[in-house]
Design a protein around this ligand. Structure first.
Ligand SMILES: [Mn+2]
Length: 384
């Protein structure tokens, strides 16, 4: 049984967008850089014959040359494993690419950017052809795979490519029809950071996703794909979670809470202490907040630095203003006239069925009341 480990989009060196304190920024950068070491450990555990890296292994603009040298040394620790790399839009094979400054061990193949290359070998009594093509620039609009067909359909054919599964893209567009016509068994792709596998006309097509989450959008599990192949073209692709931390979302309803301490305790009731300290959290604060509680979101984030590895508080609540006295006809204060005119606008938009306008008007009303009462505006992503 042939075993293949497929990864992509490590993005070593990338500046992280998580809201991390300085010391944790370093820790996280190292965790991203060392993902390849954990992947090679996995290759050893599984005794995999092939490791595929489908581009964006590092950041051309930020990675350190010594990191790439360390990777070359790392790869020499698995001399029996064939390692293939097709560069991507973040690590293109430019003249000053870090790929050129390193003596790669014999088991490593870095595909050229000029044309589709092919490497043939036999492993576990299966004859394998690996095709690959590296990027040579930051942008690639041409569908370089159009008309591509494997040379030997009787072999197990892999295509390794950093590409966008789309009709048009600046990130090397590949059409489903190109894959269907290629005759390949396995398309090892990179570029999309969410793991996914699909079958296109009998070809298994996989984006392994980034092995570690890189920004707040990378919610959910991250890892690599383990592909096993039996001689009679049977193939299975299994996602293996591997990330040290997960980006997670939670919601905390502030309605009915009366004191700052109650709000703190509500935020600290998110999951378990271990999960809070390990993971990267987006916590939406929802519902109605008692206006007496002066909530300092930046301060809270610092206060909870020891409680959450990373915490982003997303204000989605509204201040629980008592609107009754403001809509009373006899009240002609500035606040009252403001609220009444916006209520009227809202009523009209509701009649017209314009829900987007209603949302904007309600938001404007609370922004206005915040400005009048608190002297500041709390920007909210969404109103409940
Ligand atoms: Mn990428």
């Amino acid at each position: 049984m042939l075993k293949i480990v497929h990864t992509a989009d490590v993005h070593a060196g990338r500046p992280l967008s998580f809201e991390l304190e300085e010391e944790r920024r370093y820790i996280r950068r190292r965790e991203v850089e060392t993902a390849l070491w954990r992947i090679v450990d996995f290759v050893k555990e599984e005794n995999a014959q092939v490791l595929l890296i489908a581009g964006d292994m590092f950041e051309h603009l930020y990675a350190r040359p010594s990191w790439v040298k360390d990777v070359a040394l790392l790869f020499s620790t698995v001399p029996e494993t064939r390692i293939f790399i097709s560069s991507g839009n973040h690590d293109p094979l430019l003249p000053d690419s870090l790929y050129h400054g390193v003596d790669w061990p014999e088991n490593v193949t870095i595909f050229d950017s000029a044309s589709i290359g092919r490497v043939s070998f036999e492993a576990k009594r299966i004859e394998v052809d690996v095709y690959g093509l590296g990027w040579g620039a930051f942008v690639q609009r041409t569908s370089l795979l159009r008309g591509f067909k494997v040379k030997r359909p009787d072999r197990f054919n892999i295509v390794l490519l950093h590409a966008d599964l789309a009709d048009q893209s600046v990130y090397l567009p590949v059409k489903q029809g190109d894959i269907a016509d290629s005759g390949a068994n396995y398309f090892a792709l990179g570029h999309i950071h969410v793991p996914m596998a699909r079958n296109i006309a009998g070809t298994t097509v996989v984006y392994p996703g980034c092995p570690e989450p890189l920004d707040f959008g990378d919610e959910g599990q991250r890892g690599v794909y383990l592909v096993t192949c039996t001689g009679d073209s049977g193939i299975s692709a299994e996602f293996v979670p591997m990330a040290l931390r997960t980006v997670r979302a939670a919601r905390v309803d502030l309605t009915g809470l009366d004191t700052g301490e109650q709000v703190r305790n509500a935020i600290l009731s998110v999951d378990s202490p271990e999960a809070r300290k390990r993971d990267i959290w987006k916590v939406a604060l929802t519902g109605r907040l008692n206006p007496e509680i002066g909530l300092d979101l930046v301060g809270l984030r610092h206060e909870f630095a020891g409680e959450f590895f990373s915490l982003r508080l997303e204000p989605e609540f509204v201040m629980d203003y008592d609107l009754e006295p403001l809509i009373a006809p006899e009240n002609q204060s500035l606040e009252a006239r403001f609220v009444k005119s916006l209520m009227e606008l809202r009523r009209r938009s509701e009649q017209e069925g314009d829900t987007q306008a209603v949302d904007t008007i309600v938001r404007a009303m609370y922004y206005g009341l915040d400005a009048l009462r608190l002297g500041e505006i709390i920007t909210r992503r969404r109103l409940d």
